[in-house]
Design a protein around this ligand. Sequence first.
Ligand code: C5P
Length: 233
Amino acid sequence: MTRAPRDRLIVALDLPSVAAAETVIERLGESVAFYKIGYQLAFAGGLSLAEQLVRAGKRVFLDLKLHDIGNTVTRGVESVVRLGATFLTVHAYPQTMRAAAEARRGSGLRILAVTVLTSYDDRDVAEAGYRGTVRDLIAQRARQAQEIGVDGLVCSPEEAGLLRQIVDPAMLLVTPGVRPAGAALDDQKRVATPRLAIERGADYLVVGRPIVASEDPRAAAEAIVAEIAAATS
Ligand code: C5P
């Protein structure tokens, strides 16, 4: 893979306001090239910020986990293409994945599927009406994502090894739950260091609090990029 280490780090802007996000972005400067915007910021002006970031030459991951009837997903994805985002998440339901993969055709947008939310265990999956284990469902949905032509999967570093055995090398694996050695876990339970996540097959690492809540976000980001570089050299 020829991606530069810096381009493989995605900083999650899990912040309550555009002003708070802009402060962090300014402090990070050139050390970060890729930002993730999720529900919290998207519903607080974050979509305008996403456009600004794209205009400033940054890449944007919209973590909106779409799931709706095909036509609605298609129209939504067309708007995200116009916004200029690089990654967009959808839930890994075949109809939703088909609509999203088709609607992004010919654009720079890449669709990432969320197989099973990492907060779900076997009991939650059964409660939601599925047979089998979480791992069964993850594997089934990963295969379907591949057949449908989705570009990537969001997964925990733990799942990355399993998924790498199921999907083609070209399928992007994007992993949150990354913590540099010695960093606080916050509410993450299954974490891996940047090196371990890369070794298990992750293409991109999503890191939030260890950077945005750090006293020195830039130094924190640079340390993670250095660890990615060391793991890939
Ligand atoms: O602050 P932290 O590094 O834990 O942030 C991780 C980011 O990745 C958050 O935006 C979180 O919503 C997201 N995420 C996650 N686990 C998943 C999917 C997404 O932590 N399974």
